[in-house]
Design a protein around this ligand. Structure first.
Ligand SMILES: [Zn+2]
Length: 464
């Protein structure tokens, strides 16, 4: 009874407090009218990721995020959450819902790295089936086995996942039930969904994704909702970490979360819901780029042939890191030490790890997956790896831009974690945690198991 009262007071505070600023938008939101498929009882977890939100932004008293502050004050939060390597989006979103790092789940890019048979440039393909990409048991697989439901909005590494009942994807299916709901409510047109990623802004996409999250939560009510807000990443890449543009995006993400909470309150779901707001990685600014593939051209390892570069050695740049692949196995023994020594002496490179050394960072072994690099290059602060085979290898960038991918030991990469609501104690400072603790925590709340999880749940945060 005490717990129910505390939850009621908490959400009353949210609605009567700053979040009432959003009353107008929530009034336009669809009223809950459940379609009969909903989970009618039991706990609900809503996992919201604010892409690229750095833990250090939470220490700024002028952060324009009243809803996040309310959740923090009424729940449990981490001073910082350690992401996994590589500190990029898909690997860390996958860690958040599997509880295992890249050495187990094998997601190293925002998609599957593919190696063309003509030896031209390697390519990251995002829309490959989840079954090919994610080599670990996910929360939604565990839920489906127990007859429970998951919904996802703009989640990643989830394409074609059969165990996710309600979906509104990064590229939404215009014929899907959630798209039909949004069109019927007049929130978006058929054409706007059919051309979702074209000529649209990151803010508009976050707005529609929030409408979709509200629809799934209030009309279909899954046991677990995975909801990814992306504009914060786009604007920090373009304008730099913690830039004025980033703060505008943080404020917009906060308004989106307020809309979702208010809709859940109107639907009478709040006393069942635990909200977890997390980020996948932090962000850092840079003023120099390194084109690792242009360096490989200089070394004679990539050659121009029929108008495009071909070769057995390619680097895949991801901001603070680049993964290097030697496709001809017979050349590895010679090239690994040679290229390690060469890149270690290039300006802007902090360290070069062989695959064996990179395994200590959580990178998989080359014996376990073709996604694992032969060499893993880490940039110095202020530098980022970029695309391109044309010189110069190193170039200044003005004004500064933003990147992630730096080693997870870099405090700029530390991520956000706040949990608040039905199953969470109030006023708990968890200190430093890792994002491998999130999936086992959700599993414990929902009563499912993730036997392979590498760390323990955050029991200090949870109601006994
Ligand atoms: Zn990200």
């Amino acid at each position: 009874m005490q717990k129910v009262l505390a939850v009621a007071i908490f959400f009353a505070a949210i609605v009567s407090g700053s979040a009432s600023l959003y009353a107008q938008s929530s009034a336009a939101a669809p009223q809950a009218s459940n379609d009969g498929s909903a989970a009618h009882q039991g706990p609900i977890v809503v996992l919201i990721t604010i892409d690229g939100f750095p833990a250090r932004a939470l220490k700024d008293p002028r952060l324009p995020m009243p809803t996040l502050r309310m959740l923090q004050a009424n729940g449990a939060y981490a001073e910082a959450m350690l992401p996994i390597n590589p500190t990029i989006t898909w690997p860390n979103h996958t860690a958040l819902i599997t509880g295992v790092n890249a050495s187990e789940h094998h997601v190293l890019f925002n998609g599957l790295l593919t190696f063309p048979s003509d030896h031209s440039i390697v390519d990251v393909k995002p829309w490959v089936p989840k079954e090919q990409l994610v080599h670990a048991r996910t929360l939604y697989d565990a839920l489906a086995q127990k007859g429970m439901m998951t919904g996802q909005v703009d989640w990643v590494a989830i394409f074609g996942a059969k165990d996710v009942r309600w979906q509104f994807a990064e590229n939404p299916d215009v014929d899907g039930p959630v798209a039909h709901d949004l069109i019927a409510q007049g929130l978006v047109t058929h054409d706007e969904i059919a051309t979702f990623g074209e000529n649209s802004s990151p803010a508009w996409r976050d707005q529609v994704w929030t409408d979709a999250a509200i629809d799934i939560l209030t009309r279909h009510t899954p046991n677990l909702l995975l909801f990814h807000l992306l504009q914060t990443d786009s604007l920090q890449h373009q304008y730099g970490a913690l830039s004025p543009a980033a703060y505008a995006a943080f404020g917009y993400a906060d308004a989106s979360i307020a809309r979702l909470i208010d809709a859940a309150r109107q639907a009478g779901l709040l006393d069942r819901i635990t909200f977890i707001v997390a980020s996948d990685h932090g962000f850092a600014s840079y003023t120099h780029i390194i084109r690792a593939n242009a360096a490989l051209v200089q070394q004679g390892l990539l050659r121009l042939q029929d108008g495009s570069y071909r070769g057995d050695v390619w680097a895949q740049p991801e901001g603070g890191e680049a993964s290097l692949y030697i496709r001809d196995a017979s050349k590895r023994a010679t090239l690994v030490p040679k290229l390690k020594a060469y890149f270690e002496h290039l300006p802007g490179i902090a360290a070069v790890y062989t695959n064996e050394e990179a395994q200590k960072l959580g990178i998989p072994s080359t014996a376990s997956t073709d996604q694992a690099p032969d060499l893993y290059l880490a940039a110095k602060p202020g530098y980022a790896f970029a695309d391109g085979t044309v010189e110069p290898v190193e170039q200044d960038v003005t004004p500064a831009r933003g990147a992630h991918g730096y080693l997870n030991s870099d405090s700029d990469m530390e991520a956000l974690f706040i949990a608040s609501g039905a199953h969470i104690r109030k006023g708990v400072d968890l200190g430093h945690i890792t994002n491998l603790q999130v999936a086992p925590t959700i599993a414990k709340i929902l009563g499912v198991s993730l036997p392979a999880a590498q760390q323990q749940p955050l029991t200090d945060a949870m109601q006994q």
